[in-house]
Write a protein that binds this ligand. Structure first.
Ligand code: FNR
Length: 425
């Protein structure tokens, strides 16, 4: 079914206006900025801070957006755009529209159905979902509701190569078509919104489902502790609440988990191994030995790093600054894109994310050489507001906006979207 999903921007637009005749308004705002405000009221302050927040004083989030304002589309006329083909091919799979869902962790902060709701929406529309290493639900449980819908797996390279291998092999078995290695999070950015609330979801056992469902990780839980566990400064009501959350977020029977202290061990082990700041380019050879799937590096921002990706035999790049969550004051991804596209010289696909908020943004990224874009927060806000339907609405609004922008600019297909369609602001 996913392969056959057919979409028409004009049908969607028409239906929305016709619904309006009987007073019906879209439940999910079409303006992605309004969407953020609407989603805020549907989430706890901690969840909103974690999702919307960025590193430091938020300059990278601003830079991502302002980079799009540096370019203007110059529409062309009288080019017969009655049929518009938004499809692209990526790693041998035809995508109906060049949009993927970025890997986003801890989705249960937005909605109880979390990754499962996203997996259902994505597969129905045949939009690739990139499973996060920090997901709230295991990749197997998502794959189970996706049919042959496209999916990739995003890896955080932990201190255990055995765990890395296990996650990658599970991703292959779950039907993932690419492995995305996120490079920009060897340390957690200085996120002031979260720090001011003293809130990190992982310490509450949230967002570690890929670990607790992993046989290698489970075995690590049985090994003697090598590092001091993060201990609460005092035991009070908040500490007990956190403990209860940890136990509830761990799979299986509450009381059994409570008695075995396995949820505490899981958080402790996760904290001690989840990232490897010592990672270098040389480590990538290990990953290539583990899988025949395409390996895509996420977080590349410098042309020299893009050239290195080629030297080390990588298969794709996602130009990303993690939605401005890691380095404050960093380059906007659309500003970084042209230099990287030039360095890569069409040898491997270059994707981009961070700050994509409308059809025109997708168009500009493609015109500057991106093969496809990924979106993060917008689909999470859709999830917060309407679960599976909310995610689906957000994707289809972006899709419609892009298709109409493309047609109105005089482009019948993706190949016609090129640098000549833009002018610097
Ligand atoms: C992320 N992102 C992310 N990236 C990743 O590689 N693994 C992850 O687990 C997460 N988790 C995560 C959680 C939340 C709440 C957000 C908002 C983002 C980054 C994500 O993949 C993507 O790069 C950005 O979200 C893209 O920017 P926009 O579209 O959110 O502006």
């Amino acid at each position: 079914m996913p392969q056959n999903y057919s979409f028409s921007a004009t049908d969607r637009q028409r239906k929305m206006y016709i619904s309006g005749i009987s007073g019906k308004r879209p439940e999910i705002p079409t303006d992605l900025n309004e969407l953020e405000a609407a989603a805020q009221s549907a989430m706890s302050p901690q969840a909103f801070a974690y999702i919307a927040g960025g590193a430091g004083i938020g300059k990278t989030i601003e830079n991502n957006r302002s980079a799009f304002d540096q370019w203007r589309i110059v529409p062309r006329m009288l080019r017969d755009v009655s049929h518009r083909d938004t499809s692209v091919e990526l790693f041998g799979r035809k995508l109906a529209v060049p949009v993927l869902l970025s890997p986003v962790g801890v989705l249960d902060m937005a909605h109880a159905e979390a990754d499962i709701a996203v997996a259902k929406a994505a597969s129905t529309l045949s939009i690739p979902m990139i499973f996060s290493n920090q997901a709230s639900r295991s990749m197997e449980s998502c794959a189970a509701v996706m049919g042959d819908g496209p999916r990739w797996f995003q890896l955080y390279w932990s201190k255990s190569n055995e765990l890395v291998a296990s996650l990658v092999h599970r991703a292959e078995a779950s039907g993932c078509e690419a492995i995305v290695v996120t490079l920009d999070t060897t340390l957690l950015g200085w996120r002031i919104q979260d720090l001011d609330q003293g809130y990190l979801p992982f310490l509450r056992g949230k967002g570690i489902a890929q670990y607790t469902s992993d046989p290698v990780f489970q075995r690590l839980l049985d090994e003697p502790e090598t590092e001091e566990a993060p201990k609460p400064e005092q035991i009070n009501l908040a500490t007990i609440q956190t403990l209860i959350e940890q136990v509830s977020n761990y799979p299986g029977n509450f009381w059994q988990t409570f008695r075995s202290k396995r949820s505490m061990a899981a958080v402790r082990t996760f904290v001690s191994i989840y990232s490897r700041p010592s990672l270098t380019w040389e480590n990538l050879a290990f990953l290539k030995e583990q899988t025949s799937l395409p390996i895509v590096l996420k977080g590349i921002l410098h042309p020299d790093d893009a050239r290195k990706a080629l030297d080390y035999g990588m298969d794709g790049i996602i130009v990303s600054n993690h939605g401005g969550r890691q380095v404050d004051g960093a380059i906007g991804t659309l500003d970084a894109l042209p230099g990287i596209v030039e360095a890569v010289n069409s040898k491997i696909p270059v994707l981009m994310d961070s700050g994509v908020r409308g059809g025109a943004d997708v168009f500009k990224a493609l015109a500057l050489g991106a093969k496809a874009v990924c979106i993060g927060r917008p689909f999470v806000y859709g999830l917060a507001l309407g679960g599976e339907t909310g995610v689906s609405e957000v994707i289809r609004n972006l899709w419609a906006d892009f298709e109409l922008t493309m047609g109105l600019s005089g482009c019948k297909n993706i190949d016609e979207i090129n640098r000549n369609m833009l002018t610097p602001a």
